[in-house]
Structures are given as C-alpha cells and as structure tokens.
Design a protein around this ligand. Structure first.
Ligand code: HSE
Length: 416
C-alpha cells in the first residue's frame, strides 16, 4: 500500500480524489500497488465525503508522517506551496504538482533538490492540463534536437479569440461570455494578460533546452488590445489571431521567447485549435513538427495527469531515472526581445482615405505591403513589414506621427 497526501482540495484536488476512487482497480494494477490517500490538507471543512476523516489543517502532520512517501501539491500559487514542497523534498517525500507558477519560478531549485535526495518531482499537469507534453518532450522526443516550441497554452483566451473571429464579437463581450460559461475567472487578468501562458512556455522552454527561463525575463503581451479591426486584417492576410507562447533556440546558444497574439496562417496546424482547446507544436530535427492537442484545463483532465504522475512515482519511488531536469541559466540566456527581427502586421489611423494613409506609410516604410480588410473604413490602414525588430519599429513612430499617423497596434506574424 502506497500512502499519499494531497495538499489542497479545490477543483484539481477534489478531481484527484475522484479519479483515484473511481479508477482504483486499474490504477492499482498500473502502479503494482494500492494507492491510499492518508491525509488531505485544506483549511476548509468538507463534511459528508467518504474521505472526510482524512482532512487536516496542519501541514506538519503530513510532513512528519513517515508512512507518507508521496505528496500531491494542487494548491496553486507560489506560497505556501513552495515552502511545503521544499520541506517535503528535504524530508524524503516525492512531490507531484499541477502548479505552473511554482514550476515556472522554482523548477531548477526543486529539481536539483529532488535529484540530490533521489526523489521524484513530477509536474505533467502543469502545462496543457490533460495533454501529455512534459514526458513527450523529455522522453519520447529526446533523440531530437528541438529547435522551437509554439503553443496555444491558454484556453480562456483561445475561447475569447475564437468568438471574436467566428462571431465578430468585441473583446469585452467575448470575455463576458467566457465568464458566464465558466471558462474565465471573475478576475481573468492572468489569462488575458498572457501571464498564465508565459508560465507554461517557460516550463516547456526550460525542459526542452535544459536551462531555466524565468517568467520575468520573457516578453509577455496579452489579448486585451486586440480589436475586431485586427481580426479583419488577419483574415485579409489568410490567418487567424491566436495567443501564442513561443520559444526558439538560437544559433548563438540563447533563446528567443515571447508570449504574444500572433497572425497564424490558416495553413498552420495551430490555426484550427479553437474554443477552450490547447495545441502545442514541437519542432524537432528528426521528427519535423509534432502537434499535441486537447483540453488544457479542467478538473478531470488535469487530475488525470496528476494521478498518472502519482502512479509513476509509486512505481519508481526511488528515482534513478532523472527524466526531468534542467539547470539554472546564465543571466543573458534570453535574447532581448526588442532586438529580434520578426515579420509584423501594423495598423495605423489618421484623417483621410486609406489609400492616402498608405501613401504616407510608404514614405516611412518603402517595403510595406498593404492589407485591405473587408469593411475597411476611412481613417485606417493596415500593412505588413518583414523582419523588423521592435526597437526599429518604435524608432519609426516619430516619422509616422509627423505625417499625422498614429500606430494603433502591431501584431507579430508567426512563421509556423
Ligand atoms: N485559465 C487557464 C486556461 C487554466 O484557460 O488555460 C489552465 O491553466
């Protein structure tokens, strides 16, 4: 019998209990041992559950119980999760977590601690919910030289953008609908500002390339500035707008990493990843592009990934495989985002017909390629520029303003 503890009985924690109870037989067979939840940490009361007598409000009761060898952390947030997980790894307990904030901020430190103490620190559920992505990158694709990962990593924002594209909804209306349907939190800022996607691409980047990328070193843009006009211009370019987390390994050994809304060609394998679904493209030199698709959030998909890690832990209580590992990175590991040339779409406004505005644009950007959207209105113009850095683009804003043009938005054009 493997005794485990669960820290947190929220959406994911209660899902973990549900999966462990409803699939007990098959899980025991796969783990080659019965799995028993001995303690659940939560400050709230949960009377009337079949496992109500397992609850405790005291973490020390779990930490000091020598029978508990595996701790599942599904509380979320950095503290007290970090202190609890660290204490478990220092006290001979393997840890399974779904906490992307914890892994994105403290992954290198916790992996080193687990390795030092010959324990497991597993986090399949931290990216992509029920989509297998951590093991595929660290094991199945390990023979490849991975060059790039690009993903739609946030279901809430993908739902909002899908509504803006398919039903021509405005951002605020699409967000309100997402909240009504339970796809967005009452405070959706971590999703719509790209923070959630940033944590996830940092975890994937760290895993694929072996050096920790911290969220605060990543350029992060959300979707709050995207308008129906941008969606229309994307359509004119043969694309859709998606919030993408992207990392590329550069020849100089550094990485280019960003979270931003992007024009995604309709030919791309990520273009049809709609609604609350996630899609992650991993580019390997031997495999070419491999795409993972599925539900990136939700109680049971996420719980299933957590329980799979628990099964793996039970089977390999003393980790000698070291399948997940990355090191801390050098301070200049992330290439400054504003220096990296990319193709971009630019939308400007001014007074006059679009033709006139575009003539003025060409005085500043002679190689601009004009886009004309359906329902284009007087006073606006859209165009694309190839391989221009943010620094260079910003440097041209005074020249645009001298001609009475205001830069309304710029959106990266993806190359996958
Ligand atoms: N709000 C997140 C999403 C949940 O929409 O993807 C999973 O991180």
């Amino acid at each position: 019998m493997a005794e485990i503890a669960v820290l947190g009985h929220g959406v994911v924690g209660s899902g973990v209990l549900e999966v462990l109870i409803s699939h007990a037989n098959s899980i025991s067979k796969r783990a080659k041992e019965d799995i028993h939840v001995k303690r659940i940490l939560d400050l709230r009361e949960f009377p009337g559950l079949p496992y109500s007598d397992c609850f405790t409000k005291d973490f020390q009761e779990i930490l000091n119980d020598p029978e508990i060898k595996i701790v599942v952390e599904v509380m979320g947030g950095l503290e007290p999760a970090f202190s609890y997980v660290k204490a478990c790894l220092e006290n001979g307990k393997s840890v399974v977590t779904s906490n992307k904030e914890l892994v994105a901020q403290k992954g290198a430190e916790l992996l080193a601690l687990a390795q030092k103490n010959n324990l497991n620190f597993l986090f399949e559920a931290s990216v992509g919910g029920g989509i297998p992505i951590i093991r595929p990158i660290s094991q199945c694709l390990a023979a490849n030289e991975m060059t790039e990962i690009a993903g739609i990593l946030n279901g809430t924002t993908n739902f909002i953008l899908t509504k803006m594209i398919r039903e021509h909804m405005a951002f605020d209306d699409a967000l309100a609908l997402a909240q009504k349907l339970g796809y967005a939190e009452r405070d959706p800022s971590a999703d719509v500002e790209g923070i959630d996607a940033c944590r996830k691409i940092c975890i994937l980047a760290s895993l694929a390339f072996g050096s920790h990328v911290y969220p605060d070193s990543v350029h992060t843009e959300g979707i709050t500035a995207i308008t129906k006009e941008d969606v229309g211009y994307a359509g004119a370019w043969g694309s859709v707008i998606k919030l993408i987390g992207e990392v590329k390994k550069l020849e100089n050994g550094r990485v280019h990493i960003q979270v931003a809304p992007m024009f995604i060609s309709r030919e791309s394998q990520l273009a049809n990843v709609d609604d609350v679904f996630n899609g992650i493209l991993v580019r390997g030199d031997a495999t070419g592009d491999v795409v993972f698709y599925g539900k990136g959030a939700g109680k049971l998909p996420t719980a299933s990934a957590v329980v799979a890690d628990v099964i793996d832990c039970v089977r390999h209580l003393k980790s000698d495989r070291k399948i997940l590992y990355w090191e801390d990175a050098k301070p200049d590991y992330v290439q400054p985002w504003e220096d990296t040339p990319q193709d971009v779409f630019v939308r400007v406004s001014g007074s006059g017909e679009s033709d006139t505005l575009f003539d003025l644009v060409q005085q500043v950007f002679p190689n601009a390629v004009r886009l004309i959207r359906r329902d284009e209105e007087t006073g606006e113009a859209g165009f694309t520029l190839s391989q221009i850095s943010e620094k260079e683009l910003r440097g041209k804003i005074p020249a645009l303003e001298e001609r009475g043009l205001k830069l309304e938005n710029r959106i990266t054009i993806a190359d996958f």
